[in-house]
Write a protein that binds this ligand. Structure first.
Ligand code: PLP
Length: 442
């Protein structure tokens, strides 16, 4: 895992995360709430979402685009963090939703996000999901293939409706990101090849139940430089001109998400970078624009709080914590690096040495960190895994019969449980045993 440069020191991790503070008595605090208080009250592992952090980021992203006077609407990528409290807050901040399933559509609607502010992306939408999108009259369906476009036309037609759609284009741009989160290269499964998209645009004008409103793109995730955004959006701009030269009407461009954050020591771009690139590449096309940030908004809002179950002396020295890959899957799935901070006040001044931080699940990939410089943690000590707000709780499973962890929201010295810990009894209660395999003499 990313062993090129030394890991940032604990003090550096803290200094670059303004929502975290340390207190000489209470140790690590998130938005003014001591983490040991939450652990004592609700147990561990526990997800903590910072409402203030989310609001601040939502506002600063908006401000970056407003400074450019761009006609932009904002759609939060629900898949990164789908809690009702999160969606409700983002709705209040003026955000709509970018969804990838019927389930996410229901979540967005339940949080009060109007259908007119919902866009539906995703490479495999079922008939039922498309029907629901037409029924709810959402802002647009980003279709990912010729086949899907025709299927949507047929479904909308059978309902006597007209569906607004955008063509999701694969611009064949390398996002320079991890292979498993790249989406805009020719071999990736997403989108319509860009040459095909231009011809499809004129073809689609013959479809009775589709109104093509524009193009959509999503290049990848955790993108840290301007260049791939610039290349991708330039391609889109060229396509818009080409489509218009054939008489096509392009009203809107959906720019996707993908803006990266600092997990370790990356130089993460500010949203002003993205706003600038969009202004320069798409600003003079006279189209409505939209952006779909997920990770940039949600990752820094989350902490996964965990307690040390056991330490295992040796080389390497293992610290076994009570969170695992079933809770936070990213390290096992993408080799991702998450900052780990101790919670007790004395640990911030103690000497550090390398340790492997692992979960208790019976898989070798259940490892959160290798050779991580940490103080001498003991059984019972608390640790906080940082920047786990995106693609964290949403990816949890119950592997090893480990129920979904508690979720808590903090906000300016307040905190509240926003999802109770699931119980093993609930897991079992959802299962049934067919009569024919029940013991005969039971
Ligand atoms: C996942 C996704 C996003 C959000 O990506 P982030 O990297 O989290 O910003 C936006 N749009 C689409 C279509 C996506 O699939």
């Amino acid at each position: 895992m990313n062993a090129q440069s030394p890991d940032p020191a604990l003090a550096d991790l803290l200094a670059s995360r303004p929502s975290l503070q340390t207190d000489v008595r209470d140790g690590l605090m998130f938005e003014g709430v001591p983490l040991h208080v939450i652990a004592a009250a609700v147990g561990t592992p526990c997800w903590i979402t910072g409402a203030g952090t989310l609001r601040r980021r939502a506002d600063s992203l908006r401000a970056a685009f407003e400074a450019r006077h761009l006609p932009v609407s904002f759609h939060f990528a629900v898949k990164s963090q789908d809690h009702q409290a999160t969606l409700t807050m983002l709705h209040q901040c003026g955000y709509g939703a970018d969804i990838v399933s019927g389930g996410e559509m229901k979540r967005a609607l339940a949080a009060g996000i109007p259908a007119a502010n919902i866009v539906f992306s995703g490479v495999g939408k079922t008939d039922a999901e498309l029907r629901m999108a037409v029924e709810q009259d959402i802002a647009q369906v980003n279709v990912e293939s010729v086949e899907e476009l025709y299927r949507l036309d047929q479904i909308a037609g059978s309902m006597g409706r007209v569906a607004r759609a955008a063509l999701r284009v694969n611009p064949d741009v390398d996002a320079n990101t991890h292979d498993k989160i790249s989406t805009g290269r020719a071999g990736d499964k997403f989108g319509i090849e860009h040459a095909r998209a231009v011809s499809l645009y004129s073809e689609a004008s013959g479809l009775r139940s589709i109104k093509l409103v524009g193009l959509a793109v999503h290049l990848g995730s955790q993108m840290l430089t301007a260049q791939p955004f610039r290349l991708g959006y330039q391609r889109l701009a060229d396509m818009v001109r080409e489509i218009r030269s054939f008489g096509g009407i392009v009203e809107s461009i959906d720019c996707g998400g993908g803006l990266g954050i600092r997990y370790r020591d990356e130089t993460a771009p500010a949203p002003e970078m993205l706003a600038g690139v969009i202004a320069e590449t798409l600003g003079d096309l006279d189209v409505r624009l939209s952006v779909e940030p997920g990770r940039w908004l949600s990752a820094p809002t989350g902490i996964l709080l965990s307690r040390v179950i056991e330490t295992k002396a040796g080389n390497p020295e293992f610290v076994v914590i009570d969170a695992a890959m079933n809770d936070l899957m990213r390290p096992a799935l993408y080799d991702s690096w998450h900052g780990i901070l101790p919670v007790a006040p004395q640990h911030f001044t103690a000497p550090v040495s390398p340790r492997d931080v692992v979960g208790p699940v019976c898989e070798s990939s259940d490892i959160f960190a290798r050779d991580r410089a940490l103080p001498d943690l003991e059984r019972g000590d608390l640790v906080a895994l940082l920047d786990t707000g995106a693609y964290g709780a949403v990816m949890s499973s119950t592997y090893n019969s480990r129920p979904f962890a508690t979720q808590v929201m903090v906000d300016d010295h307040r905190w509240q449980i926003i999802r109770e810990r699931q119980t093993v009894e609930e897991l079992i209660a959802a299962e049934s045993v067919p009569d024919w395999i029940k013991p005969r003499n039971a």
